[in-house]
Ligand binder design. Structure first.
Ligand SMILES: Cc1cc2nc3c(=O)[nH]c(=O)nc-3n(C[C@H](O)[C@H](O)[C@H](O)COP(=O)(O)O)c2cc1C
Ligand SMILES: C=C(O[C@@H]1CC(C(=O)O)=C[C@@H](OP(=O)(O)O)[C@H]1O)C(=O)O
Length: 383
């Protein structure tokens, strides 16, 4: 299974085509839309989210609420397009000369993208480098999550750090649902209020903040991914997907970076066997993956997001025409988007796991996949 997206931030719409979904998977548009709404939220979002109300339109591959096995095409309209039609239309280019972006923002794709593609107007880069693209990636992930739901696999995402404010320890699964009530999608209410304060303080100073989100997955069997090739290792696949999210600069699984500081006796999860539980572990430092293969424990993956590059108190940059020192361009912007990124992360993890499941248990329709899934569960019980 694979997908591509197309669309500019202020163009008419975003589109995704998913290829390789099995037939007869129920697809609930309401579930996709509620994930899209979650991605739009979170304390620290800017003015754009007041304009948009993201809704998916499925224009191919689904009939009567079920996939056909043909490519699925998803569309999300940009409501803001009507305000940008002049700037976005090539015919109006002469009128927009004064709005040409020539002062690259440090940390955004403006400088390297415009040099690489030879664009004078950096808008020709930022329109696509914008994380607006993540709206349709979340729609793709929401479909993947429905496939995982059919196999009783559950995902939860929440924010564990914004700037200095951080949740210390791994929260129990039952507590993760509390993230939905938090303005920053953090399941720890005390830390949540610290995060809100930190975002407000940064915003008041014209500054921005990054952070860390965590995605957890329950119900994965032993055996997804493989140790035999670099591109079949599930940890590598997850890291690639998460690193491809705009502004993500680090990914860790289980103890991750902390494991580099600890001795092996405090990192590795000892193996036990009992008559009722079969093979089991008491700890999960590995975060559910050993040797690139799921080990049957909960998947625990975290991603670090750098602060948003557009600062209302702009950083120093240059004017590309004169090369004189000037402040970077200021565009309407988010002050913090870690909560939104956590939803994107959930979508990316869902898609990667669905891909892996289709590779292992693949069939052309959902029933075949479920049957192979059941056989695998039986095998695991016999080990
Ligand atoms: C959900 C989300 C919202 C974002 N919002 C903004 C924003 O409003 N302004 C901005 O400058 N960058 C924003 N970013 C980050 C930029 O898109 C990102 O830094 C840029 O594309 C450069 O990519 P890189 O940071 O991976 O190098 C956002 C990222 C995400 C995931
Ligand atoms: C539009 C979204 O995020 C955008 C990501 C983004 C960027 O530079 O990445 C810049 C901002 O766009 P605008 O310039 O239109 O205000 C954000 O709002 C979205 O998340 O749907």
């Amino acid at each position: 299974m694979r997908f591509l997206t197309a669309g500019e931030s202020h163009g008419p719409a975003l589109t995704a085509i998913i290829e390789g979904l099995p037939a007869k998977l129920p697809v609930d548009v309401g579930i996709i839309d509620s994930m899209l709404a979650r991605r739009q939220g979170g304390h620290g979002r800017g003015g754009r989210m007041q304009i948009e109300t993201d809704r998916v339109e499925i224009t191919a591959g689904v009939r009567g609420g079920f996939t056909l096995g043909s490519p699925v095409c998803l569309n999300i309209k940009n409501k803001d397009w009507k305000n940008w039609q002049g700037i976005m239309s090539a015919a109006a280019e002469a009128d927009t000369e004064k709005r040409v972006v020539r002062r690259p923002r440090p940390g955004h794709a403006d400088l390297s993208g415009s040099i690489k593609y030879g664009h004078k107007d950096m808008r020709n880069v930022l329109e696509r480098s914008s994380a607006r693209e993540t709206a349709v990636r979340v729609a793709v992930g929401a479909v993947a999550e429905q496939l995982l739901g059919e196999l009783e696999i559950e995902l939860a995402a929440h924010v564990v750090r914004v700037g200095e404010a951080a949740a210390e320890k791994l929260l129990p699964w039952e507590q993760l649902s509390a993230a939905a009530a938090s303005p920053v999608y953090c399941a720890d209410p005390h830390v949540s209020s610290q995060m809100v304060t930190a975002i407000d303080r940064a915003g008041a100073q014209g500054d921005t903040l990054g952070g860390v989100f965590e995605v957890r997955v329950k119900g994965l069997p032993v055996g997804l991914g493989s140790h035999v090739h670099w591109d079949r290792r599930l940890d590598g696949m997850l890291a690639q997907g998460l690193m491809s999210i705009q502004a993500i600069k680090g990914v860790e699984i289980g103890l991750g970076f902390e494991s580099a500081m600890l001795p092996g006796s405090q990192v590795h999860d000892e193996i036990f066997h009992g008559p009722k539980r079969g093979i089991f572990r008491e700890t999960n430092g590995a975060g559910g993956i050993e040797g690139g293969i799921t080990n049957g424990e909960e998947l625990v993956v975290r991603a670090a997001m750098k602060p948003i590059p557009t600062l209302m108190q702009p950083l120093r940059s240059i004017n590309m025409d004169t090369k004189a020192a000037e402040d970077a361009a200021v565009e309407r912007s988010d002050a913090c988007a870690v909560p939104a990124a956590s939803v994107v992360g959930e979508a990316v993890v869902a898609f990667t796991l669905a891909q892996s499941i289709l590779e292992h248990f693949g069939g052309d329709d959902l029933e075949t996949i479920k049957q192979r899934w059941q056989e695998w569960q039986q095998y695991l019980k016999s080990v």
